[in-house]
Design a protein. Structure first.
Length: 112
């Protein structure tokens, strides 16, 4: 179910333009407009979920597929094919858009 006020739902519905990396039935992957690394993608589930705290056991497949999608994205990286994934849950953790999304970052040495 989508949230009509959610900016990510609008991007998923192609109401707002974005730089699309890939798309399938469950996810849209876009370039982050405020990149923190040379490669910074956002993996957006097409179903509106606020964050992991809202997930249930029915979301296990979605969450697993979201992680496996990072493996597919890494195949297009030059060597080394290392990357960082990050998922913020709640405002104090850094979440600013309340539609669950996974950050995929690569292309530079990451600090601790």
């Amino acid at each position: 179910m989508e949230n009509q006020a959610c900016i990510f739902c609008k991007i998923i519905n192609h109401e707002i333009p974005s730089s699309i990396i890939t798309e399938n039935n469950d996810f849209l992957v876009i370039k982050d407009i405020y990149p923190q690394a040379p490669i910074h993608y956002l993996i957006l589930p097409k179903r509106h979920i606020i964050n992991v705290k809202e997930c249930t056991s029915q979301d296990v497949s979605l969450l697993g597929n979201m992680l496996l999608l990072t493996k597919e994205l890494s195949k297009d990286l030059s060597a080394p094919q290392d990357y960082r994934i990050m998922l913020n849950n709640g405002y104090s953790s850094g979440q600013r858009v309340f539609h669950m999304h996974l950050h995929f970052l690569a292309g530079k040495q990451m600090s601790e």
